[in-house]
Design a protein. Structure first.
Length: 142
């Protein structure tokens, strides 16, 4: 396991806030040279601490007006890799988790509207091993 120190934590916090920051900008904010900052970021990536760089998109700008949490209740024991396979096969599933409690898993779904959400819910319900679902549509982010 890669050892992470206070400077690494500062770099991580800056990257989490804005993954497009330059090494020069990060270094300036934490008191390191650009090359030293790059070496640290590269080490964090190689060590698996930083898994990927991504863009956060406004779903509404793409017409995805519905966000919902769908609890999955499975028949018997469905292994996590089968739930992962299902989640990856449905583009509207943007996140997926195995959880403790009554449900076996939770997926986050984005849809263009109620009819599209109902269609996606039907696909999820018909997936092998899924016996039932329970959904909650997000009203707002706090």
């Amino acid at each position: 396991m890669l050892r992470v120190d206070d400077l690494d934590r500062k770099i991580i916090a800056l990257l989490m806030a804005d993954g497009r920051l330059s090494f020069a900008s990060i270094g300036h904010q934490i008191g390191l040279s650009t090359p030293a900052t790059k070496r640290r970021v590269d080490r964090l990536v190689r060590g698996g601490v930083v898994r990927r760089f991504t863009a956060e998109i406004d779903p509404g700008a793409l017409g995805w007006t519905i966000e919902a949490f769908v609890e999955l209740y499975c028949e018997g024991r469905v292994p996590p890799d089968k739930m992962r396979e299902m989640a990856r096969s449905i583009p509207e599933v943007v996140d997926a988790y195995t959880v403790t409690g009554e449900a076996d898993g939770i997926v986050v779904v984005r849809a263009e509207g109620p009819a599209h959400f109902e269609e996606i819910l039907g696909i999820i319900r018909n997936y092998p091993g899924v016996s039932r679902t329970r959904s909650a549509i997000v009203l707002s982010h706090l």
